[in-house]
Structure formats: structure tokens, C-alpha cells
Ligand binder design. Structure first.
Ligand SMILES: *[C@@H]1O[C@H](CO)[C@@H](O)[C@H](O)[C@H]1NC(C)=O
Ligand SMILES: *[C@@H]1O[C@H](CO)[C@@H](O)[C@H](O)[C@H]1NC(C)=O
Ligand SMILES: *[C@@H]1O[C@H](CO)[C@@H](O)[C@H](O)[C@H]1NC(C)=O
Ligand SMILES: *[C@@H]1O[C@H](CO)[C@@H](O)[C@H](O)[C@H]1NC(C)=O
Ligand SMILES: *[C@@H]1O[C@H](CO)[C@@H](O)[C@H](O)[C@H]1NC(C)=O
Length: 309
């Protein structure tokens, strides 16, 4: 059972500011999520990212106790005294605090939602599935947001404004037994907020989740076969990706149906935020794309990840 809560945010990559940050709150053991290492606790809050010059940082806090209180659609969580989040009851405004003098990290970020929440197959409604693929649950409370970030990371200030995001995954067995490979990301391309999942089970069955919102409304929310196909390009771009391969330079995304047209987006990785051997990578990157019929062409920013298991 894993309960990470990711509140990610990234800044003006294109202007040479490489700042980014991801906060994750876990209730998971290494037996549930093998990327974790602490066998004595299921509680961990981590703050990971890159400073403005692109240098990576990573802090983990292992509290003795945690609490989560839900209110309407929002929640408040404390991971010990040093890490917490809170949201407004409508889940549109979020604040995350980290304050650990022993770890030399303090500060906060806020998210103001720009796009409606969704589940793997579309809008949140009664009876909608939360299953992204067998044994993996996913809920995306904030697919896109304006994030304001201000932390002091071991004596260096990390302060920026950029696209933000919040979701949650969980599972009922070891993640690494449920997933063969996995491409996920979110970003903003011109007027569109986009989120993609193109993942394979351990037996190679491909599952999709496509989300596109514009002007505060969902225009695509689908888990249909091929609703968003992500394929690697550059570097070692083999698909399906064996765990032994090096990383690609980017991904091509094809959203099959965005207001009746095909949206093609080229993601180019820019900064590596997490490098977990060959198994896991997290990057910030740039987006460029438009509709296949030639109408509209935009650029943007993304945060994305790849598992190869
Ligand atoms: C693992 O978690 C415990 C709390 O249960 C903490 O005291 C310890 O420092 C953590 N170990 C590592 C290696 O971080
Ligand atoms: C952070 O923790 C320190 C030491 O516990 C405390 O003095 C300070 O007021 C806290 N700051 C915030 C913003 O919570
Ligand atoms: C914080 O800075 C100190 C002194 O420069 C360094 O030894 C330590 O590794 C840093 N901690 C982290 C988590 O980056
Ligand atoms: C905290 O940050 C300061 C300033 O960079 C550094 O001198 C100190 O070594 C750091 N302390 C720890 C415990 O990392
Ligand atoms: C994506 O953009 C990069 C950089 O401009 C280019 O080299 C690459 O060929 C493009 N890939 C696709 C699949 O369009």
C-alpha cells in the first residue's frame, strides 16, 4: 500500500532557471514500493528537486506518526512536526510546509488549481473507476496549477513561480510486480493543461490515461486504448523499454481525440531531477506541438517520469 502525494512545480526552464521541486508523502514500505529503503517505517516525506543552477537536492523525513483529516473534497496532513500539507475544502488551494532545522530545509509552496480534477477514465463522478491498471490506483486532484515556491534548501534559496500539480497513487501489492514500464507526465502547452499515462503491466498489457483541459474545462478525459500514446525518441529509444537500456532524449505524445482532432506533442527532457539507476528517471522538459491538421502550434513546460522494470 503506497500513498504518495506529489506536488510538483517547475519554472522558466527556457530562461535558464532550472528550479524544480516535488514533495511526496508516503505511507509505504519497501515491500510495497521497492524504491523506498527504510524498512523500519512506512512514513516518509521527501522534498526532491533542482536548484536554479540545476544541481539536484533530496531530503527525506521519517516521522514517528502522521495524520490525515479529510474535509469535503480537501484534506490536511501532518507527517510528524516537520512536514505538512493543507487544502481548502474545495481542493483548489493547497499549501505544503517543510520545516526541519536538523535537515536544514524550511519553507513552503502553494498551488492554485487551474484545471478540474479527474480519475483514470475522465471526470470525477460517482462510480468512476480509480484503477489506472490492475493493482494500481490513481487520483489526480490538481492536474494543473499556478505554484508559488519558496524554500531554503540547506542554505540556498529556492524561489520561483510555475506550473504545479498534485496527484496520488496507491496499490495493493509490490508496485514493481504490477508495472512493466510506465511513462507519466504533466505540462502546459499554450492554452492546454495536459496529463499523460502510457503504462504496461508486468505481462506487457498497455494501459492509457489521457487528460487535456482548456479554460478550466476538461476537453479530453479517457482511458480508451490509444487515447494517449507515448513513445521514446533519441538516446536508447527502444519500446517496450528493457530495464537495461539507457534513457531516451524525449517522448512523442499522440492524444487521439482533443476536441475531435489529434494533438501531437514532442517532449524533450531538459534537467534530470531523479536518477534511480536504469529503473526510474524524473525530468523537467520542454513541450512543443500542435494539432495534426496543422492548426495551432505551442510550446510549454513539463515534468515527467519513466519506470523500466
Ligand atoms: C528510518 O526511519 C527511522 C524512523 O522509523 C529513522 O529513525 C531512521 O533514521 C531512518 N533511517 C534512515 C537510514 O534514514
Ligand atoms: C520552523 O521550525 C523552527 C524550529 O522548530 C521554528 O523556530 C520556526 O518557527 C518554524 N518555522 C515555521 C515557518 O514553521
Ligand atoms: C547540506 O550542506 C552540507 C554542508 O555543505 C552538506 O555536507 C550536506 O551534505 C548537505 N545536505 C544535503 C541533504 O544536501
Ligand atoms: C546547513 O546549511 C548551512 C549553510 O549552507 C551549512 O553551513 C551547514 O553545514 C548545513 N547543516 C547541515 C546539518 O547540513
Ligand atoms: C523533437 O524535437 C527534437 C528537438 O527539436 C528533435 O530533435 C526531434 O526529432 C523531435 N522528435 C519528434 C519525434 O518529433
Amino acid at each position: 500500500m503506497a500513498l504518495p502525494l506529489v506536488l510538483a512545480s517547475l519554472s522558466k526552464l527556457t530562461e535558464g532557471d532550472l528550479s524544480s521541486v516535488v514533495a511526496t508523502f508516503y505511507t509505504a514500505s519497501p515491500a510495497g514500493f521497492a524504491a523506498l529503503s527504510n524498512t523500519t517505517t512506512i512514513l516518509e516525506a521527501s522534498l526532491t528537486g533542482t536548484l536554479a543552477d540545476g544541481s539536484p537536492f533530496s531530503f527525506s523525513i521519517f516521522p514517528a506518526e502522521a495524520s490525515v483529516v479529510a474535509e469535503i473534497d480537501g484534506s490536511t496532513g501532518y507527517w510528524g512536526p516537520s512536514a505538512s500539507w493543507s487544502s481548502s475544502p474545495d481542493a483548489k488551494h493547497w499549501t505544503i510546509h517543510f520545516n526541519s532545522s536538523s535537515d536544514n530545509v524550511s519553507g513552503s509552496m502553494t498551488l492554485t488549481s487551474l484545471a478540474p480534477p479527474h480519475l483514470p477514465c475522465g471526470a470525477v463522478k460517482s462510480g468512476a473507476t480509480e484503477m489506472l491498471m490492475p493493482h494500481i490506483g490513481w487520483a489526480n486532484a490538481v492536474p494543473d496549477a499556478v505554484a508559488h515556491v519558496h524554500f531554503h534548501i540547506n542554505g540556498t534559496e529556492l524561489a520561483f513561480t510555475g506550473p504545479g500539480y498534485h496527484d496520488k497513487n496507491w496499490g495493493d501489492r509490490q508496485f514493481f510486480e504490477s508495472v512493466g514500464s510506465w511513462y507519466w507526465g504533466h505540462g502546459r502547452l499554450g492554452p492546454y493543461s495536459i496529463v499523460w499515462f502510457d503504462a504496461r503491466t508486468e505481462t506487457g498489457v498497455e494501459h492509457f490515461s489521457a487528460y487535456v483541459a482548456k479554460d478550466g474545462k476538461i476537453v479530453t478525459g479517457s482511458c480508451a486504448n490509444g487515447s494517449v500514446v507515448a513513445r521514446p525518441w533519441g538516446g536508447e529509444d527502444m519500446y517496450p523499454p528493457p530495464a537495461t537500456t539507457q534513457n531516451p532524449d524525449g517522448f512523442e505524445l499522440r492524444f487521439a481525440d482533443v476536441e475531435g482532432r489529434e494533438l501531437v506533442v514532442n517532449v524533450t527532457t531538459a534537467v534530470t531531477l531523479v536518477d534511480f539507476g536504469a529503473v526510474y528517471e524524473r525530468w523537467t522538459g520542454t513541450l512543443e506541438g500542435g494539432f495534426l491538421d496543422g492548426k495551432g502550434h505551442w510550446k510549454g513546460l513539463a515534468l515527467l517520469e519513466e519506470f523500466k522494470i
